[in-house]
Design a protein around this ligand. Structure first.
Ligand SMILES: [Zn+2]
Ligand SMILES: [Zn+2]
Length: 184
């Protein structure tokens, strides 16, 4: 084969490897996400590890990674951000947690209200800022994690955004621990 043909062949094979690598990456992400869901569905880390026949450390790592990546505690890193539910800026609230893409934020006040709604099932708030528990039949996604409401996932709906029970729990945990943004 000529040099030109060989180069062509090498480039093609390289492309094939890159495509497979990217598929592998997606498959890994997918796997980690499902592992986290398993844990959030109520299984302990140890149970998940036993069922999947992998080490407890590995499962712990996957779950922790998810927690870190999905939510960052922002104030005072970014004063421009506002709570997506009540509209208050990070300067006006005690604590603000951002979702994975930073477009969705939840303040400590709204997080508290959400958890109250989860507990009581009652609607809370004013006309401008109200929270209610989604009916199981309403198929809306959590604005933070993008998961659908369903028999296993309670979602609290504000006026424009929704947040699911696990996301409320993680946000409250981060606020309590005063976790800082990874880059801070
Ligand atoms: Zn708020
Ligand atoms: Zn969620």
């Amino acid at each position: 084969m000529s040099k030109k043909h060989l180069l062509q062949a090498a480039l093609q094979k390289q492309q094939k490897i890159r495509a497979l690598e990217s598929q592998l990456e997606t498959a890994k992400d997918d796997y980690c996400k499902t592992v986290r869901d398993l844990h959030l569905s109520g299984m302990s880390l140890r149970e998940v590890a036993t069922m999947l026949k992998v080490s407890h450390q590995r499962i712990h790592q996957i779950v922790e990674e998810g927690n870190k990546r999905a939510y960052s505690w922002l104030r005072p890193i970014n004063p421009d951000l506002r709570c997506s539910f009540c509209g208050l800026s990070s300067e006006q609230v005690n604590k603000l947690v951002a979702g994975p893409d930073m477009f969705i934020c939840l303040c400590d006040g709204c997080a508290g209200t959400c958890s109250q709604v989860l507990k009581t099932g009652m609607q809370v708030g004013t006309d401008d800022n109200s929270f209610r528990l989604l009916d199981k039949a309403e198929r809306l996604r959590c604005s933070f994690c993008d998961k659908l409401s369903g028999s296993k996932r309670d979602i609290v709906a504000g006026k424009e955004h929704q947040v699911c029970a696990p996301c409320i729990e993680i946000s409250l945990k981060h606020m309590k621990e005063n976790k800082l943004h990874p880059g801070a």
